[in-house]
Design a protein around this ligand. Sequence first.
Ligand SMILES: NC(=O)c1ccc[n+]([C@@H]2O[C@H](COP(=O)([O-])OP(=O)(O)OC[C@H]3O[C@@H](n4cnc5c(N)ncnc54)[C@H](O)[C@@H]3O)[C@@H](O)[C@H]2O)c1
Ligand SMILES: N[C@@H](CCO)C(=O)O
Ligand code: NA
Length: 444
Amino acid sequence: MSNSNTLYSSAYSSAAAPLRIGIAGLGTVGGGVAKLLEQQGDLLAARCGRRIQVTAISARSRGKDRGVDLSAVRWHEDARALAADPEVDVVLELIGGSDGVAKELIEQAIKAGKPVVTANKALLALHGTALAKAAEQAGVILAYEAAVAGGIPVIKALREGLAANDVRRVYGILNGTCNYILSTMRESGREFADVLADAQKMGYAEADPSFDVDGIDAAHKLAILTSVAFGRELDFQGIHVEGIRHISALDLQFAEQLGYRIKLLGIAGRTDHGIEQRVHPCMIPLDAPIAHVEGVFNAVFAEGDSVGNVLLTGRGAGAGPTASAVVADLMDIARGHHAPVLGIPAERLAPGETAPMGRHRGAYYIRLMVHDQPGVIADVAAAFRDNEVSMESVLQQARDASEPVPVVITTHETEEAGMMRAIARIAALPAVQESPRLIRIEAL
Ligand SMILES: NC(=O)c1ccc[n+]([C@@H]2O[C@H](COP(=O)([O-])OP(=O)(O)OC[C@H]3O[C@@H](n4cnc5c(N)ncnc54)[C@H](O)[C@@H]3O)[C@@H](O)[C@H]2O)c1
Ligand SMILES: N[C@@H](CCO)C(=O)O
Ligand code: NA
């Protein structure tokens, strides 16, 4: 039996010039990429017809053991020097951050006519349209598969595999840290902070984990997905964003009781008021396939007019899955394969305008903590009635005269603006303790 080295070593021409890579940032992702390039060098060369070789690095600590031999590689103290290094053909930006060195490095590499690969969704969400225009004007590739849903090839699927479709809706579990936290809290009953610390140790969380738990990271990814799916400039600022900090064990239990599972979703779709974009916890029916995507796994669901429904799932974070996506982008560059950065040449993207959240229509789960006094439910019902919100069910837990008890209400489909007016009135009722908890119910 032959090993992978003998299988692949003769399948490419050793005369072809290698593709020379400069890596900025050797953390979870950069370290994973360096390791994958070393371990799979022969296989990649066979598939691309040339070697992919790391020739330069910029990272914070030179001496650190990353389990990969980088002794022969050029070292730059300033990452931006990679853009000008004559022995670097492609720049990998794996530092992170939406401004500063990461942005300058990418801009300088594009100016120098070098293709760029990045995993930096924060940067793309805020500056993606301008960077795509700059890259296309310079005639270079700007690749970012790892930025959305980690190892799942979702950019390639939407931009290339589904290119013939008019996409009506795209949604998904876009943050591995949140999905891991929600799954683990539900399965183990452990506390939020404790589970978040695990996700950080495993390399899933962002440098600032509030980006994960407050929904910002998922919104960064959704902004990119929306642009690619609908051929529009990115509109990160227009996204309605809520995170998972307020999700309690009680809500996770009630969700199961009602036949739902709580997931943080990013959703973009066509509505009568334009393209909506929203990130928030959702109650989704237990029989929806995406309800069973657990742990650090991500999923992206796209509805195309020709293909119908497509569901992609896989690992959305961590060294291996992210490196898989970064290296696939490098292989596209090595093979000379490219598509417009955002699916349509950036100069021809439609303006990125997002429908107002107040016009969103959907069903809702509301949990109140109330002192069980006569007339409370009547007051709550009146607030809904006056705002044209129709209740579907009301569930009240065992009566306890001394403690507030949970009251769980689900509604029929209604407009968000009316629901928010009703909730504000309910929150002000003297018998209602704590802020009402509201979770949108998604019909998937
Ligand atoms: N970790 C994941 O699972 C994952 C998945 C997808 C995308 N990403 C994205 O990939 C990027 C990197 O994430 P990470 O998890 O590897 O982060 P990380 O913090 O593990 O790694 C970043 C590395 O960059 C180094 N660095 C910081 N400033 C630098 C500078 N000026 N010059 C050179 N090096 C510098 C840091 O020392 C660190 O080692 C981020 O944009 C992140 O959002 C991460
Ligand atoms: N922090 C991100 C990394 C992958 O983008 C997550 O948890 O999904
Ligand atoms: Na991806």
